[in-house]
Design a protein around this ligand. Sequence first.
Ligand code: ADP
Ligand code: GLC
Length: 488
Amino acid sequence: MNILTVAFECVPLAKSGGLADVVAALSIEWKKQGHNPIIILPKFYFIDADNLGFKPTNHTLVVPMGHWNEYATLLHGKLPGTDVDVYLLEHNEYYGRDGLYGMDGKDFLDNPRRFLFLSRAIFEAAKTLNFKPDIIHSHDFHTAYSQAFLKCYYRNVPFFSKTAGVFTIHNLAYQGRFAPESTMLYSGFGMQEFYQGSWHEYHGGTNYMKIGIMFADKITTVSPTYSNEIRSEYFGEGLHNALNYRAGDLIGILNGVDYSIWNPATDKTISINYDKNNLDNKQKLKSKFLKDNGIVGRDNIPLIAMVSRMTEQKGFDLLIRILEDYLWNNKFTFAIIGSGDIHYQNYFNYIKNKYPNISIVYIGYNEALAHSLYGASDFLLIPSRFEPCGLTQMYAMKYGTLPIVRATGGLADTVREFSSFDNSGNGFVFWNYNTDDFSFAINRALSVYYSDSINKARINAMNTDFSSKKSAEKYIECFHWALEKNVN
Ligand code: ADP
Ligand code: GLC
């Protein structure tokens, strides 16, 4: 199958969250399975294309933007360390900047255009490269308009007559709601298409996510539970009606993990490797990690960590209400790596200052430190208010680090409560979004830590298999459905 993936993120080239991991993992797996994937993403300023072996192609793309054309060039290379073809869309005015979506906490004002340009340019790129896609797979609201372009502008172009569109929702909370004028102008649809009740209109503005939902042949979300949740008003972020309208084409496919990257036995970014037959080394890694971070005499006290964007979604308001109780009573060592909302960052800096001997706080993004934390910790906290899938719990499990999660979205699909009675389960789960239930889950985890069952729980977690192979296969099945639907 020829699969054209279009996205704003893809590891290791550009990443702000799990979207980037998933985009890469899928194409890598499809390639292994004998398909023919290509990925098109913007050539951001920070992508060191030369050093990564990208070469200019001779192609200049002429991309319709409203009533006129704009131009871009294409660089070609491989996704580093793989044989997956990647094309970087070079347009310095749009993408020659240091941020993906914004800088210094402020979104770029021309984001509506930046998103539309990529969504439109992929069609011109496909034609120029003579890559006839069976599927155009676009991810999240940034590239959602490609689904509308496929149906409205390219369905009658013979080159694309058999192409189906699949749209994947990674996070419904981010929708691309803008004033309509610029979107309607640059997308070429014009303000005449913008009226109450039209697919372009949402509460008086645009909503790129809604466009993806309405125009795609199939819509996927990143876990089965989330695909059900978002049809309710509570989780639907205002789009539950659109999602219910498309419910017959809405499928939940659990994200997968690229275990060639996320494996404690082979991971080169952690200083001591281990596997489930050698958990002593995990303990050694913990001791070394604590020592390296100036924490002494706490090798045998639980280390509880978080690796997370600091946003409301991730359940920080619950954690903030209970964390100090635990630290004051010296119940565990706390470590966090993340960045995001300033008031959360300030709070964790305060924790670091008040409890310097029992906490590790790193505000910022650091891939290597994240790997070390998955390896060295005993538990990972993910008390999310909602979680479309969540990758950190899956990474943690592979590293024998037990997740403590709220049962929502992909967390509900991947984590089972550990029971000391029959030694089943791979983590700790609470249902209601309140501090009592969250604390009780932490307390259960702490008691297992001090019991004989702890290694059994760790091994269960390490045995859980969320390989991207499975999820890539499910997408192929979904692509077949999309193609069948598209037969005239
Ligand atoms: P989301 O996409 O909502 O942020 P996921 O759990 O799907 O949540 O994915 C988060 C990804 O980002 C994981 O790969 C995680 O390791 C990584 N990550 C999050 N925060 C940081 C950070 N501060 N430094 C390094 N990696 C991080
Ligand atoms: C989003 C979601 C997260 C999911 C990720 C990758 O960022 O918040 O739950 O794992 O996308 O699909």
